[in-house]
Ligand binder design. Structure first.
Ligand code: NAD
Length: 551
């Protein structure tokens, strides 16, 4: 009987599969379940609530077995975490094709999904859990760094030095906020109602200090701001109470956002409830709890709008807090924008997004060498250089050593080809896998997040992620995935991913050049189609063909 057991990807150059493409998929599947990487490896859960790498342990074993014997002209088909077939294809075809959590439109809700999951017919793949390219919290840190850097560029002359950011939520994702702010030279006040969340972030060096009170936090923040010294300050309390208090005090806050787990009202602490009673209250009286949590979120969001009215830069950070506040009857809930339309969309127009790679050798020296290659390839990009240097110093690897950075159209292919050359020359001790998050420029339809407020109103058009998956298959990616749900839940998004292996061969070089050009190219054409000027000029300058502009 197969059951839970510790899983860890092999390191080094000895193959247990018939080629590096298959070996890479095998190691990345195993790496996603490494206890250093996965949140609940015994349940095959990698991250994001219930995001899994395999449907059950029998399916996991069958995938391992199949990948170990899969030939260079064969493709394994995975249906929601279970291998369902092996087909003869050809050497340019992906070795693995994955479809996770997809349901037909009218059936695409949590209730139906959970019914089917209980029958053992599907699993939740999140974005990079079921597509085997999750690299731990580094991904979150970099995304948060990039967003905060975009805020700095848009409103504060490229740096947060001399500014104070106010936020709440120091959990799995939200815990990256204080470090992302200090990496951009700013000061952050971060509220959480769970003392352990604050302690954990201090332990992991994501948060600098804990204040004794709100007044103390504000005092420390103003002192550091005036000295233009980066500092992050944790403060214990309920954000729905502390934000209105800070507003009433006329606290000099420049930026406000939030990453409490507002997307799930049973995970947001209502005003008047003790943190210690939260779990039992939510379990015993979910309807009552939900009502009170939403009312509290309305107060929280009202204070955020108050800060905006007072001149602060305010944005929703992808946790649906505006939607929940609106459900509680607060009419101005959508007065501030989501982070994608506010800061990220211009990057998407250039085909930029969370590019990432992992060293199959397991040797951190390989990542250090790729870091140097990135600095060498893009010397003019200061924000990128700052990230790569700081990541080299501060990011602790989880599982196989990996790196993430945002690169755009015309950049990712250059990086990929350089890595492939470095494998060929022996500068890297083993092949690397090159992939990305599904949260990318041209790979997702998600009207509450990545495609919120598109210029032409095409938020819910889901042809784009399907085309993205197909173009990656046609271009030579090593594995391609097409998922439903992701970070925003069932019925709310469709998204695609690709991973391509740089094994140092000329064939891999050819595939990398096509995949890493066409994949970000989807971001450019998607945004040209929606009418974005930046995308138009990127397409014109860099030679992306748009048939409707050629006639
Ligand atoms: P988490 O559950 O690990 O952490 C949430 C934290 O909020 C906890 O520490 C909890 O104690 C705290 N909290 C809850 N209610 C509070 C209140 N009233 N006052 C103060 N603190 C409170 O969640 P996470 O993984 O950090 O994710 C946070 C949110 O961000 C989620 O809603 C998630 O969906 C969203 N998210 C967005 C993006 C994005 O693309 N921007 C990415 C990941 C996650």
């Amino acid at each position: 009987m197969s059951g839970p057991r510790p899983v860890r990807a092999p390191r080094g150059t000895e193959l247990s599969a018939r080629g590096w493409q298959q070996e890479a998929a095998l190691r990345m599947l195993q790496n996603n379940l490494d206890p250093e990487v996965a949140e609940h490896p015994d349940k095959l859960v990698v991250y994001g609530g219930t995001g899994k790498a395999a449907r059950d342990w029998r399916s996991f074993d069958a995938m391992v077995r199949t990948l170990q014997t899969l030939k260079q002209d064969e493709t394994m088909l995975v249906q929601s975490g279970r291998p369902v077939g092996v087909m003869q294809t050809h050497e340019w075809a992906p070795r693995v094709l994955i479809a996770n959590s997809n349901l037909v439109g009218d059936w695409a809700n949590w209730e139906e999904f959970r019914r089917l999951e209980a029958l053992g017919l599907t699993m939740y793949g999140q974005m990079t859990a079921g597509s085997w390219i999750y690299i731990g919290t580094q991904g979150i840190l970099q995304g948060t760094y990039e967003t905060i850097a975009a805020v700095a560029a848009k409103r504060f002359g490229g740096t947060l030095a001399g500014t104070i950011t106010l936020t709440a939520g120091l959990g799995g994702m939200g815990g990256a906020q204080p470090l992302a702010v200090t990496m951009n030279d700013g000061v952050a006040i971060c509220i959480d109602c769970d003392p352990r969340a604050i302690e954990r972030r201090i332990e992991h060096r994501y948060l600098d200090v804990k204040a004794d009170s709100l007044d103390h936090a504000l005092h420390l923040a103003v002192e550091a701001r005036d000295a233009r010294r980066p500092l992050s300050i944790g403060v214990l309390g309920n954000a729905a109470e502390l934000l209105p208090q800070l507003l009433a005090m006329n606290a000099p806050i420049d930026i406000v956002t939030d990453q409490t787990s507002a997307h799930d009202p049973l995970a947001y602490l209502p005003i008047g409830v003790d943190f210690d009673d939260m779990a039992s209250y939510a379990a015993d009286k979910p309807a009552d709890f939900t009502l009170r949590a939403r009312e509290s979120m309305a107060k929280h969001v009202e204070a955020m709008v108050g800060f905006q009215d007072a001149g602060a830069e305010v944005f929703d950070y992808g946790n649906s807090i505006r939607g929940e506040a609106q459900l509680a009857g607060y009419e101005r809930a959508f007065a501030f924008p989501g982070f994608v339309p506010a800061y990220i969309r211009p990057l998407f127009c250039e085909g930029k997004g969370p590019f990432r790679w992992a060293a199959l050798s397991g040797d951190p020296k390989d990542i250090a060498a790729t870091d140097r290659a990135i600095l060498d390839l893009f010397p003019e990009n200061e924000s990128l250089a700052r990230w790569i240097k700081m990541a080299g110093e501060r990011v602790h690897f989880q599982g196989l050593p990996a790196r993430i950075c945002w690169l755009g159209y015309g950049e990712r292919d250059r990086a990929g080809e350089r890595f492939n050359d470095m494998v060929a020359s022996g500068e890297l001790s083993a092949p690397v896998v090159i992939g990305r998050d599904h949260l990318d420029c041209g790979s997702v339809a998600s009207p509450y997040r990545e495609t919120e407020a598109m210029l032409d109103g095409s938020d819910a058009i889901a042809d784009w992620p399907l085309l993205n998956a197909m173009v990656n298959v046609a271009s030579g990616a090593s594995w391609v995935s097409l998922h439903h749900g992701g970070g925003v839940g069932m019925g709310r998004s469709i998204h695609a991913g690709q991973v391509t292996v740089a094994d140092g061969t000329p064939l891999a070089g050819e595939k990398i050049r096509r995949v890493l050009t066409n994949d970000p190219g989807m971001g450019v054409i998607r945004h040209v189609d929606a009418g974005y000027d930046i995308a138009e000029s990127v397409a014109a300058d860099r030679g992306v063909r748009i048939p409707m502009r050629e006639g």
